[in-house]
Design a protein around this ligand. Sequence first.
Ligand code: NAD
Length: 395
Amino acid sequence: MKIAMLGTGLIGTFYTMSLHGLRSRDKVVTVYSRTEERGAKFAKENNIPKSTTSLQEAVSDPDVDVVVVGLPNNLHKEAIFAAVDAGKAVLCTKPLARNAEEAWEILQKVEEAGVFHGYLEDLVYTPKHLKAHESVVNGAIGKVNWVRSREAHPGPHSDWFWNPEESGGGAIIDLGCHCIEIGRSFIGKDIRPVEVVCWADTQVKPIAAEDNAIGLVRYQNGAIGQFEVSWCFRGGMELKDEVAGIDGSIRIDSFLRTGLEIFSAVGQKGYVVEKAETDKGWLFPVGDEVHELGYNCMFADMFDSIEAGKQPTEDFYDGYIVNAIMDACYKSAKTKKWEPIEFKEWRGKENVEPLSAFVEYDENNWLVKEELLPDGRKKLILKDKTSGEILQRVE
Ligand SMILES: NC(=O)c1ccc[n+]([C@@H]2O[C@H](COP(=O)([O-])OP(=O)(O)OC[C@H]3O[C@@H](n4cnc5c(N)ncnc54)[C@H](O)[C@@H]3O)[C@@H](O)[C@H]2O)c1
């Protein structure tokens, strides 16, 4: 469609963004599937001109500029290597690999070949994350000292996720990778994650991997990234983040309770939203799932970066860092101790300042806390700089 847009103000801008987003100039020209029938059906439904059962044929198709890897975790390396050997730019879904060793081999491969590589970590591209991140960068909440990121749902939808040989692990590798990168994004990707402590267990499901886990990632400046993941949470998919800064805080609900609630006594009859457990009773759909999960902004960053010849916000180095953090989590879950995070190469800052931001009250005292009480008095909690004594003053 060739459209004449009348008006270039707010609504003209929104309409144009929407049209180009939904009827994008980026097109899938071929699709690879193991079975001819599924490939042909997918191609027909999505208006894709070609389908093939040969991965090699798909990646070396002369019409193809960019290969997007959306296969199970154990196939990422093979697919990326094939794309690189065909000289194509390559984008890979999360997690980059099943462990840091595999991720490092992948990173070496793309960097030696000099091809464009993008790590498709959609949850740092959600509209809410982007807005919150911008506030953090602008200093709205001061230095970030703690990020809590939670992803929990009733478990994944395909057999291979449940087999750690194929997936690389359980809820940590599947969901923890998102939460860890959300933490890095807010704390600062150039701040080195130093060590982790992690609890993981198989509480409910009959599997050889963890179905629940909680971890703390300590960064060199003292900040903490906390993640909570579950494959047994009932009631849908929870995606929640909390960011605490020295001067403020942020809370994000990206799924489940986002301000849209529907009650249906008879049932919605069909798909409600990813990982919804019911189509009856109280339903919590998401207005525009593709956009709210970050896919639109993520692909825009990837393709804009390819065109501009620059690095995207998320590349395979980020994927490698996340895998290295998860490796340390698996180790800690076994040893029940803090474990160091080992990187073959750290590309961020080396010696960063600790977070603490002491506020001076006067030349003799630090200000610890100030509060207005219900009776109108103002209380000041101070610390004597020389003696270290904590004192209270009421104004
Ligand atoms: N938010 C996200 O970024 C997000 C969400 C879901 C999945 N993922 C990732 O995407 C990847 C795929 O997950 P999914 O949910 O699409 O899984 P899926 O099981 O729904 O789809 C996997 C596809 O790979 C095919 N496949 C399976 N085994 C194969 C084999 N041996 N050879 C060739 N093809 C094979 C399947 O037929 C299917 O088409 C995973 O790495 C997963 O972690 C990312």
